[in-house]
Ligand binder design. Structure first.
Ligand SMILES: Nc1ncnc2c1ncn2[C@@H]1O[C@H](COP(=O)(O)OP(=O)(O)OP(=O)(O)O)[C@@H](O)[C@H]1O
Length: 861
């Protein structure tokens, strides 16, 4: 903070110590507003009890009591308890994952602790903290401004007034100041939840959490938007259709049973069993759990999802537009070379800077802040203190009188300095070479010569800046614009910014996945091309620069944008136009951004991606994704994970459909033949429906991504989750399983076994078939034996063991057998059940092998 337009040095603002901050945090509590109270256990349980499945269980239990079957009634009622426990646990897990995400994506604050700048979560800010505010920040707490440079804030969150208000620094000691109300122009207070739209400042925190204006109003800012996603809508529709069919079938079963066998209460029970078998309550549960856990898994890999639907959209991305600096490169600049008067000096460690290059280094340093933040400025000050040490070219005693900031119209900035003894004030400017040439009023020849020098330097990927100087009398008034100084060209500086390790691989991986990477940069075209070449971007279509884009008509842009992958000298406002042009060409666009001006493009993109490490709060709030390490590889990783989550969801859904067919079949078919015993009494259905298959669905959540997942083209945005192929395979698997189970049932009937034994062996076949369906559906490409060898899935063995153990418990312990209406099995029965269960699914293994070559292309799990 060196500008003096309305600031004063405040060396006393050294911030709190870490210990003191921790003490205050413990005393005052975290800096957040009390959000809606979490639901109590009772409320959660009540929400579960109202679900149709539980109502069915309760009715079935009551009917059993009416039939004087208290044991059956008690079993059904105990299922209610089990289901509530499972649901509450699942909700808890989902909530935790979402809360962790909210916490990670909440605004950060830059504070001074122990005399050093530190970025911390907004909720850890305490009273007495010194906060640094820059354009794009959300103010983390109510605070008094100790410094303010052209600062204005949007306080509409508090006042409803959309016009930003100016801010000034407080008179006297900030520590002695008190807060005032959030209205009026040029006040020295900033308020929690408001937005810095311009300038920067240093503020002393006066109040946090509910002790802020925002807290008093009591409105928490929304951080994560919610609403049904396209997938939720699709599944909701499916669930409604199946539910209606289920209820019709249930009514039909009850009536037919009652008419054919004359026992109406039993008929009601059979109807309830059918309804329970058909109610598709797992679909929404699986969807919620998969998306929430998926978002949490992505956060482990530096990808935060701020909006749940984005997990679905990710797999459909066809173009990602990324910023060059910091995303494709490391944003770690070092000065590589200087060019003065046609001669170039390559800067090397240990080699002294020749005298003739001292001036360009001197002015580059003077055109950088004393405490630089920008990596470019840091590179110059670092070089200056090394190469100019001991010369008369460093000026620690000079006073900075005025800063002229960089703007979209002029990519150059200037600093005006006053020395204690000098007669004139010194002006130093640096910026884009064209801008500096403009400031120095170059004619066409000199501009062309400069361009040649710049081209030579940028061809190696260097970022090239021009440096200029001017002077102005001490008594003269400073002009309002940089143009009015009489600038003289000093030289060029070339900065090196290494390409991120892994950037080229990420671009290649995206290309294989059918996703084109487009580079957008504010840098010079030459630099952009060199970096594009290094990371393997497609250069066949050439480069479009910002000024060219302004001239281009929409139709021409739409045509050229298909092959142009490098956009140079772009200003943030132009990103929106690119997003629109790509979208009108049918692309699904991911767009990165970090600044305030990027917000509209981030919102317009199908996937707005904010850069978490250097991005502003505004960018983060406008984005659907936040990449916490700013790395392009994480974007590729996010797309890979998004696809994997979608594939796993499909596998889980296919499995759920498949497994319901035999359950529904076995609860229906015996009803039609009066002599046949019912197999799936309500308690057994509850056992299968409520414990086994939800647990099994979880296996798919933990399934690893298919290695070929990034070799396939993006999934169309409109492509439904339940495509025809998925439905066909799922139904075919279900029907074949039903045939196997039915075969065992008929075999047992023909053997003149007691009803209980028939039920047992049929039920065992169903459970084994269920497990077989999980195994074959883990991959629609790899045979089962390879999935075991090539995939790790920690939950799988617990499910296999758990389901088998439960089955053994039911069938081997006489008390359980009696309770569930089951009979004893001999070894032959077990073998038959196992063989039929496995056999009912095994054909799909053959399909995998036979359709091998074709299986590389279709987009099934
Ligand atoms: N601190 C600075 N000093 C001098 N010139 C600057 C400074 N910052 C930016 N510029 C000039 O403005 C140009 C555009 O900068 P801008 O910040 O838009 O690009 P960037 O965001 O750094 O790069 P990218 O768009 O690749 O992420 C730079 O190429 C440079 O010429």
């Amino acid at each position: 903070m060196n500008s003096t337009d309305d600031t004063a040095p405040t060396s006393e603002l050294r911030g709190l110590t870490t210990d003191e901050a921790a003490r205050r945090l413990a005393q005052d509590g975290p800096n957040e507003l009390p959000t809606a109270k979490p639901r109590t256990l009772l409320q959660q349980a009540w929400a579960v009890i109202r679900q149709p499945m539980i109502l069915l269980l309760l009715v079935a239990g009551t009917v059993n009591f009416a039939l004087a079957e208290p044991l059956d009634g008690a079993i059904l009622m105990s299922f209610v308890v089990v289901v509530i426990a499972i649901s509450v646990y699942q909700e808890h897990k989902t909530e935790n994952a979402l809360a962790a995400l909210r916490n990670l994506s909440s605004p950060r604050a830059l504070v001074v602790r122990d005399g050093r700048q530190l970025r911390i979560p907004g909720r850890e800010v305490v009273r007495g903290d010194v906060v640094l505010l820059v354009e794009g920040d959300r103010v983390p707490a109510d605070a008094v401004l100790a410094e303010a440079a052209s600062l204005s804030a949007d306080e509409s969150a508090l006042t409803g007034e959309a016009v930003p208000v100016r801010k000034r620094r407080v008179e006297g000691q900030p520590g002695a100041a008190t807060m005032g109300p959030p209205d009026g122009d040029a006040t020295p207070w900033v308020f929690s939840g408001t937005l810095v739209v311009k300038g920067r400042g240093v503020a002393l925190v006066m109040g946090t959490g509910s002790d802020t204006e925002l807290g008093r109003i009591g409105t928490a800012l929304r951080t994560i938007e919610e609403g049904p996603t396209p997938l939720q809508r699709e599944i909701g529709r499916l669930v409604r259709i199946i539910a209606v069919l289920g209820l019709l079938a249930a009514a039909a079963v009850a009536v037919i049973y009652g008419l054919t066998r004359g026992v109406w209460l039993e008929g009601v029970l059979a109807g309830i069993a059918t309804a329970m078998a058909m109610l598709p309550e797992e679909f929404p549960v699986v969807l919620t759990v998969f998306l929430a856990l998926g978002a949490w898994r992505m956060s482990q890999r530096h990808v935060l999802t701020r909006r749940p639907p984005v997990v679905e959209t990710l797999g459909s991305a066809t173009v990602v537009c990324v910023d060059k600096t910091g995303t494709l490169t490391l944003n770690r600049m070092t000065v590589r070379e200087f060019t003065v008067g046609g001669r170039t000096h390559v800067v090397e460690p240990g080699v002294p800077l020749p005298e003739e290059f001292h001036e360009v280094a001197e002015y580059a340093v003077l055109a950088s802040p004393v405490d630089p933040f920008d990596p470019m400025d840091t590179a110059f000050t670092a070089l200056g203190s090394r190469a100019l040490a001991g010369t008369e070219h460093l000026h620690p005693g000079w006073e900075l009188v005025r800063e002229y900031p960089l703007s979209e119209q002029l990519l150059a900035l200037a600093h005006v300095w006053r020395s204690p003894d000098g007669a004139d004030q010194v002006v130093a400017a640096k910026g884009a070479p064209e801008a500096i040439a403009d400031l120095c009023h170059f004619d066409a020849d000199r501009t062309a010569a400069l361009r040649r020098e710049v081209d030579a330097a940028t061809s190696a990927g260097l970022r090239v800046l021009g440096v200029a100087r001017a002077s102005i009398g001490r008594a003269e008034a400073l002009p309002t614009e940089q143009h009015e100084f009489d600038f003289e060209f000093v030289g060029l500086a070339g900065l090196h910014d290494p390409v991120r390790p892994g950037a080229a691989e990420a671009v290649a991986e995206l290309r294989r996945a059918g996703v084109r990477t487009v580079m957008i940069t504010g840098d010079y075209p030459g630099t952009a091309i060199a970096i594009a070449r290094e990371i393997g971007l497609d250069l066949a279509g050439g480069v479009i620069t910002g000024p060219e884009l302004t001239e281009l008509r929409d139709e021409d842009l739409a045509r050229r944008i298909r092959d142009v992958s490098v956009f140079a000298r772009m200003v943030p406002d132009q990103k929106l136009r690119l997003v629109r042009a790509l979208q009108s060409d049918g692309e699904v666009v991911g767009m990165t951004g970090d600044g305030v001006n990027d917000a509209p493009a981030l919102r317009a993109a199908d996937i707005g991606i904010a850069m978490g490490a250097r991005g502003t709060d505004v960018a983060r709030e406008s984005a659907a994704l936040v990449i916490t390490d700013d790395d392009v590889s994480s974007i590729a990783g996010g797309i890979r994970k998004g696809r994997a989550i979608f594939e796993n969801l499909r596998k889980a859904m296919a499995y759920i459909i498949a497994v319901h067919v035999p359950i529904v079949g076995m609860s229906l078919i015996p009803v039609f033949v009066a002599e046949w015993p019912l197999v799936l009494l309500p308690a057994l259905i509850a056992f299968l429906e409520l414990i086994i298959d939800p647990a099994c669905s979880v296996v798919f959540e933990a399934e690893e991504a298919d290695p070929g997942i990034m070799e396939q083209p993006p999934r169309g945005l409109a492509e439904p989750m339940f495509g025809r192929r998925l439905l066909a395979i799922a139904v075919a698997q279900g029907v074949s399983m039903l045939v196997a189970v039915l075969a065992v049932y008929v075999w047992a009937l023909l053997g003149d076994r007691p009803d209980e034994a028939v039920r047992s062996v049929t039920f065992a076949t169903l459970v084994f078939g269920n497990l077989a369906l999980i195994l074959v559906n883990r991959s629609w490409r790899l045979p089962v034996w390879r999935t075991f060898r090539e995939r790790r899935n920690p939950t799988l063995k617990w499910i296999l063991l758990g389901a088998t153990a439960l089955l053994a418990l039911l069938l081997l312990v006489p008390a359980f057998r009696d309770a569930f209406g089951l009979g004893a099995l001999d070894v032959r029965d077990w073998v038959v059940a196992l063989a039929a269960g496995v056999g009912g699914a095994a054909w799909f293994e053959v399909v995998k092998v036979v359709s091998r070559p074709a299986a590389a292309t279709p987009r099934g799990p």
